[in-house]
Design a binder for this molecule. Structure first.
Ligand code: HEM
Ligand SMILES: [Cu+2]
Length: 549
């Protein structure tokens, strides 16, 4: 890369380049955090010390793994990369509302990544998990400030992104585009950014109070001086439960785009999905956080009340999942790699969601809390469902971004290694979780009978590592050398495919489109009529794309 291209990328304000920079940053976080996961599995694969005899090493890996996967891979991947690249294209906008603020957001994100990586070279890295609970985070010799400042940078970046994208969707839709003509992905992204805007300030205050307690001698969380240690848990989960929907919702949005295109169907029950499903989740999301602290002290009315709201959230989630299945109805499905990942998600959301139900029931969770059952639950729904939805989206939009296909034998091999590998890893953890395997323990001398399960999990972890290596190398190869793609290869009706060429230039649309009320991003029934309801003839009738050099 020449200095010139480096400068062009570094100072870019183009939402697509910023998107690609988020993709690169979040995948880098994914790779490093994935290596930590291998160390964790290796350490647990036999009783007693395995690859380290210092339990604190284990804590450092676990800290980095969890914090990076949630805060630097999933959230920036979904609300940074996917939203940046595709949302303006889907709504027919030429860029986001505030391109320079968008550039500032990505700088903050990279600042956070660098800060997080520095934790590998400082003498006393943070060891407080991604949750940072006091009193440990205050009494530890680990550098809690690193954790706090990383959260600050990422939070600030997200809040700026939220304002930017909400303004973009409200004011920059193609002329004539009504709210019920938005892609589901756009809706889920709007919902995710509303959640970020409302809840991030709470997390930011919680970790700032931690910083003050540890370094400036305040006592917010110190019961000896009249503080309340549980206050932190409440504040943390008041953000971090909604944060799981910041991940879950855009992941679902990606799946809807893929299902509609590959099945050539309308989104089933669109309005119920948007107003009942997506906004139902947003509405209830702020009243369920207590299910993360059922085993901490609290009055029963609060515990029972939030058990009810937690269970209630299955209703909007169910509406969305029904819409997904309904979109498949009587379809002649195109099974490419994106669709393979997307279909696997239909099953992963079941195993991940249904295992949340016993955890939501106060009587049962007393038994399951802090065991590897919880660990397996959220890996099914986050590490698999949400991450696989992202991979699905990368394959689906690969021709749009790079003008080339990433499908092929390597892609399929990667898929099967990944999907089999994650099950081999996490099913054993469900089983031993029910039998009492504590989560986040370095060693488990008291449970020698669990050792074989950990060995199976290790095999699964190596399969996933292999699958991810194949997948990522295939992406890098395909971006430069893959088979050149035609315009709109999956024959979608959505605007990012029909009206912008592959590898769109700055400004996105050769002729900025406007639409009539009968246009729909899912207008497959009458494709010609649908195209006629826009002002631009659109692609693929237009010029062919220039593949990425
Ligand atoms: C309908 C679905 C869901 C239900 C009923 C549910 C319920 C729960 C409950 C009750 C816990 C706390 C368990 C404990 O600590 O004892 C939990 C943990 C967790 N869930 Fe879910 N969940 C659902 C969906 C999701 C989704 C969609 C995500 C993310 C995309 C998610 C991510 C997590 C995470 C990360 C944790 C563990 C947090 C930690 O302690 O580090 N869950 N879930
Ligand atoms: Cu939760």
């Amino acid at each position: 890369m020449t200095m010139q291209t480096f400068k062009e990328w570094f100072f870019t304000t183009d939402h697509k380049r910023i998107g690609i920079m988020y993709l690169v940053g979040s995948m880098a976080a994914f790779v490093v955090a994935g290596l930590m996961a291998l160390l964790i599995r290796l350490e647990q694969s036999s009783l007693g010390p395995t690859i380290t005899d210092n339990p604190n090493d284990y804590n450092n890996w676990l800290y980095f793994h969890g914090a990076a996967m949630v805060l630097a891979f999933l959230i920036p991947g979904l609300t940074g990369f996917f939203a940046n690249y595709f949302l303006p294209l889907m709504i027919g906008a030429q860029d986001v509302a505030f391109p320079r603020i968008n550039a500032f957001s990505i700088w903050l994100f990279y600042g956070a990544i660098i800060l997080a990586l520095l934790s590998f070279v400082i003498p006393d890295p943070p060891d407080v998990m991604w949750t940072g609970y006091p009193p440990y985070s205050i009494t530890t010799t680990g550098n809690t400030a690193f954790y706090v400042f990383t959260v600050h940078l990422l939070g600030f970046s997200s809040v700026l992104g939220a304002v930017n994208f909400l303004v973009t969707v409200i004011y920059m839709r193609a002329p004539g585009m009504g709210w019920n003509q938005l892609n589901i992905f756009t809706w889920t992204t709007v919902a995710a950014f509303v959640l970020q805007l409302v809840f991030i300030p709470v997390l930011a205050s919680a970790v700032t109070m931690l910083l003050f307690d540890k370094y400036l001698g305040t006592n917010f969380f110190n019961p000896e001086a009249g503080g309340d240690v549980l206050l932190y848990q409440n504040l943390f989960w008041f953000y971090s439960h909604p944060a799981v929907y910041v991940i879950f919702l855009p992941a679902c949005g990606i799946l809807f785009e893929i299902f509609a295109t590959m099945c050539k169907n309308r989104v089933f029950n669109y309005k119920a999905c948007v107003y009942g499903g997506i906004w139902g989740i947003v509405g209830i999301s702020g009243f369920v956080w207590v299910h993360h602290l059922y085993v901490s002290g609290m009055p029963d009315w609060l515990r029972i009340g939030q058990m009810v709201t937690t269970l209630l959230i299955s209703v909007p989630v169910g509406l969305m999942v029904m819409s997904m299945w309904g979109t498949l109805y009587r379809a002649a499905i195109t099974f490419n790699t994106g669709m393979l990942y997307a279909i696997s998600c239909l099953f992963l959301v079941l195993s991940g969601g249904l295992t949340g139900i016993p955890l939501a029931l106060t009587a049962i969770t007393v038994h399951l809390s802090e065991t590897s059952f919880v660990h397996a639950h959220f890996h099914f729904i986050m590490a698999m469902f949400s991450a696989f939805a992202m991979f699905a989206g990368i394959y689906y939009w690969f021709p749009k971004m790079f003008g080339r296909y990433a499908d092929g034998p390597a892609a399929t091999l990667g898929f099967w290694l990944n999907i089999i590998g994650v099950h081999v890893t996490f099913i054993p953890l469900f089983i031993i979780g029910v039998e009492g395997m504590p989560r986040r323990y370095w060693d488990y001398q008291m449970f020698p009978q669990f050792e074989p399960y950990h060995q199976v999990a290790l095999v699964g972890a190596f399969m996933v590592a292999g699958g991810m290596a194949v997948t990522i190398l295939n992406w890098i190869y395909s971006a430069f050398k893959g088979k050149v793609a035609v315009e709109n290869p999956w024959k979608s009706c959505s605007m990012e495919w029909t009206h912008a060429p592959n590898c769109p230039q700055a400004g996105n649309f050769p002729n900025p489109p406007s639409v009539q009320p009968e246009w729909s991003p899912y207008g497959y029934e009458d494709r010609e009529g649908n195209m006629a309801a826009t002002t631009d003839p659109g692609y693929p009738t237009g010029p062919t794309a220039k593949p990425a050099e």
